[in-house]
Write a protein that binds this ligand. Structure first.
Ligand code: URA
Length: 264
């Protein structure tokens, strides 16, 4: 088939600026080390710790800022909520040469070990994200890169933050799929009642919506992946609140990237 040079390809769409389609970034716009918050607003919270801050792109849920943390060039790109937008983000970052990502997110704790404001570093996840199964069979593990986990634990120790290692349940639902009834008398299947007790039996530590998709897609692309999650929900005690955890997670991710950068 004769495709004219100006014709756009459906199997590899490009942004109007010729960058990757959704992130609208071009090679060289971001360094190899990128922090991944879910919310676009959290990008600025991460960049608060940097010098030479610049907004590189902002399209839909994907906001990217670059800067320097203690002299090391970093970027932060928001992934949006859930597996599908995370997949888009990681796939496109990989196309730009990014090799190391740390997710900074929030989570609900289901064990007494973690309370509001604590940090959880998931070493592995249960894959209920709904996206990674489009990449590889469900038995394939979702796990963090050991170097990234080590750097995150060192960062938390150095900064004096309360943290622990976790086994995360990543699910493509915030309400029924996390055992939260939608409304009085609304849809509430019998299995929903058992989600949290069954996960507690299996010694899962926390529930959130992105990590397993990011770990699997990143691993399959040859990237080093990790995450630091702040507990904003305590499902065992039915309490909700940030308690300063988000800011701590942002700083821990920057410090961990610095540790990794010095080792590389
Ligand atoms: N994120 C989630 O997905 N669930 C929670 O309970 C808190 C944050």
């Amino acid at each position: 088939m004769d495709m004219s040079k100006t014709e756009k390809r459906a199997d590899a769409p490009k942004a109007h600026n010729e960058g990757v389609y959704h992130l609208q970034l071009k090679p060289g716009d971001v360094p190899g080390y990128v922090i991944l918050p879910g919310a676009p607003e959290r990008v600025a919270l991460i960049a608060k710790n940097w010098s030479d801050v610049r907004e590189a792109a902002y399209y839909r849920e994907f906001k990217t800022m670059t800067g320097a943390y203690k002299g090391m060039r970093l970027a932060a790109t928001s992934t949006g909520i859930g597996g599908p937008s995370s997949e888009i983000c990681i796939h496109e970052l990989n196309a730009l040469g990014v090799h190391t990502c740390i997710r900074v997110g929030t989570t609900g704790s289901i064990t007494p070990e973690f309370d509001l404001g604590d940090l959880i570093i998931p070493v592995a996840c249960v894959r209920k994200d709904g996206t990674s199964s489009a990449y590889v069979e469900p038995e394939f593990p979702a796990f963090a890169d050991i170097r990234v986990v080590t750097a995150l634990t060192q960062a938390c120790e150095k900064l004096g933050f309360r943290y622990g290692l976790g086994l995360s349940y990543t699910v493509g639902s915030f309400y029924v799929g996390q055992g939260r009834p939608l409304s009085e008398g609304g849809y509430w299947p019998s299995f929903a009642e058992k989600i949290i007790p069954d996960l507690q039996q299996a010694r899962v530590t926390n529930i959130e919506m992105e990590t397993s998709a990011q770990y699997v897609v990143g691993y399959l692309h040859g990237m080093r992946m990790g995450a630091v999650l702040s507990v904003i929900a305590n499902r065992a005690l039915n309490r909700w609140g940030d308690e300063g955890g988000e800011e701590k997670a942002c700083l821990a991710a920057c410090e961990a990237m610095k540790i990794l950068g010095e080792k590389d």
